[in-house]
Design a protein. Structure first.
Length: 112
């Protein structure tokens, strides 16, 4: 397991949770504010691009196997997210994501 940094793995899992809930909120937006829906959509899209970019960056800088493991952990993060969703709610996770995923992205890239 020398190909994987567990700090990066944890940051990526939380990053994935925040981006997922922003994508879900933007897709099922029921509010009246078109500006908020546009902001959610932009954040969700930029988050998705950041996640893919990070996996590629990790594969080139550290290892391809480690990048695949981190990617799969990000896909499985829905289980962790569902636990947080029970306590906080999906919309709360989406709004926390405005600060949460950029912070996790910064920590991911600096921890490599």
């Amino acid at each position: 397991m020398e190909n994987i940094n567990f700090d990066v793995l944890i940051y990526y899992v939380f990053f994935s949770i925040f981006v997922f809930y922003q994508q879900l909120h933007a897709k099922n937006f029921g509010g009246a504010s078109q500006g908020l829906q546009a902001l959610l959509s932009v954040f969700a899209f930029v988050g998705m691009i950041t996640g893919v970019g990070f996996i590629i960056y990790y594969a080139f800088q550290v290892s391809v196997v480690g990048a695949v493991i981190i990617f799969v952990a990000g896909l499985l993060s829905a289980f962790v997210g569902s636990i947080f969703e029970r306590f906080l709610g999906a919309h709360t996770l989406s709004f926390i994501g405005f600060i949460g995923w950029p912070l996790c992205a910064y920590l991911m890239f600096t921890s490599v």
